[in-house]
Design a protein around this ligand. Structure first.
Ligand code: 8ID
Ligand code: ZN
Length: 338
């Protein structure tokens, strides 16, 4: 089968023929139709983080397609089912996190396109218990980004604990941020979009954001404090340390700063302001299968629409180059010509 492979960090991916995966107990084989390109895939290909991915690696954790083979022991899925294979490839199912609705914290989890091969391929195997069905009325291309960008930002907004009518700031209006704006609006929140690109801010406006600020022109935290007295929550998806620092200072007393983007850097936090302001700084990693089902339902009901550009798998290196430069509008979704 055809796949895009990372052989070495910071080198071009190689699109080539590789062995089709062989199923084991409890697994399904998914004929991939589309796979979104997440900035995480770029971090993986660069070996950016302290925990490195497997090498060689087939990236991709927004792969969606059709089940073409069902392994032994799988009774709830059938050939022909439309499913996606998210970042949470599998978890142990019996640790304290799995038992308390926090399966994304499982210490024995596997991750698609990181610790196991993912969706930049014609076929991808998956743990049957962790695939999630694609709603009938969503195309594969439009559904793909919900499997990471959608669920991650939807969950992060829940973690802000902001209530309808309150304000949130979305730092970074890229693949994650452009759906974050829409989930926030659908959840009844007021939204301030923060991004360096004027095109990104224009998109945020089209998607319903109420206020916009470009850090290249203006200090976003000062702008946010002046306009609304600080936000109740922020979701920081920007791959930039200054964005995290600004997001912290944009939060009002008692508010929550949710860290989602993963630049490989540290974030200094002023202890005095945090303590006196009762500010919460919280990390949020993707979402559970239940969060994902909910996130997909918003899309199925037309409340969230992914802005996508499709490209063939062979174009992955060009897509990564554009991602580094911040030139992508919404999400690029790789299509498999099969
Ligand atoms: O579960 C998680 N926590 C999770 C899930 C998925 C992705 C975390 N991530 C991480 C990725 O690994 C990556 O570090 O979220 C980050 C964003 O992923 P993405 O949305 O897929 O990346 P993108 O499409 O390139 O968008 C990034 C946006 O940030 C803006 C860029 O202009 C772009 O629109 N941006 C940057 I870079 N610096 C900025 C700044 N200083 C900024 N926006 C505002 N201020
Ligand atoms: Zn992702």
């Amino acid at each position: 089968m055809k796949a895009a492979v990372v052989n070495e960090f910071k080198k071009q991916l190689e699109v080539k023929d590789v062995e089709r995966p062989v199923l084991q107990l409890g697994e399904v084989l998914v004929h991939i139709k589309a796979c979104g390109v997440c900035h995480t895939d770029l971090h993986a290909a660069h070996g950016d983080w302290p925990v490195k991915p497997k090498l060689p690696l087939i990236p991709g954790h927004e792969g969606v397609g059709v089940i073409v083979e069902v392994g032994q022991g799988v009774s709830h899925l059938q050939i022909g089912d439309r499913v996606g294979v998210p970042w949470l490839y599998s978890a142990c199912g019996h640790c304290e996190y799995c038992l308390t609705g926090q399966e994304t914290l499982c210490e024995s989890q596997q991750n698609s396109g990181y610790s196991v091969d993912g969706g930049y391929a014609e076929y991808c195997k998956a743990d049957a218990a962790y695939v999630v069905k694609v709603p009938d009325n969503l195309s594969f291309e439009e559904a793909a980004p919900i499997f990471c960008a959608g669920v991650t930002t939807y969950k992060a907004l829940k973690v802000t604990n902001a209530k309808p009518g309150e304000w949130v700031a979305i730092y970074g209006v890229g693949g994650l941020g452009h759906v974050a704006v829409q989930y926030a609006k659908a959840m009844g929140l007021h939204v301030i979009a923060v991004d360096l690109g004027e095109e990104k801010l224009k998109l945020a406006k089209e998607l319903g954001a109420d206020l916009f600020v470009n850090p290249a022109l203006e200090d976003p935290a000062a702008f946010i404090k002046e306009k609304v007295g600080g936000v109740h929550g922020t979701v920081v998806t920007a791959v930039s340390k200054p964005a995290f620092q600004s997001a912290f200072h944009s939060v009002r007393r008692g508010g929550t700063c949710v860290l989602v983007g993963l630049p490989p850097e540290e974030m200094p936090i002023p202890i005095f302001d945090t303590v006196l302001g009762g500010i919460k700084v919280v990390g949020s990693i993707v979402g559970t299968r239940k969060d994902l089902q909910e996130a997909l339902q918003f899309a199925a009901e037309g409340k969230v629409k992914t802005i996508i550009e499709t490209q063939p798998l062979d174009k992955i290196n060009e897509v990564f180059d554009r991602m580094v430069k911040g030139e992508i509008k919404g999400r690029v979704v790789l299509t498999l010509d099969n």
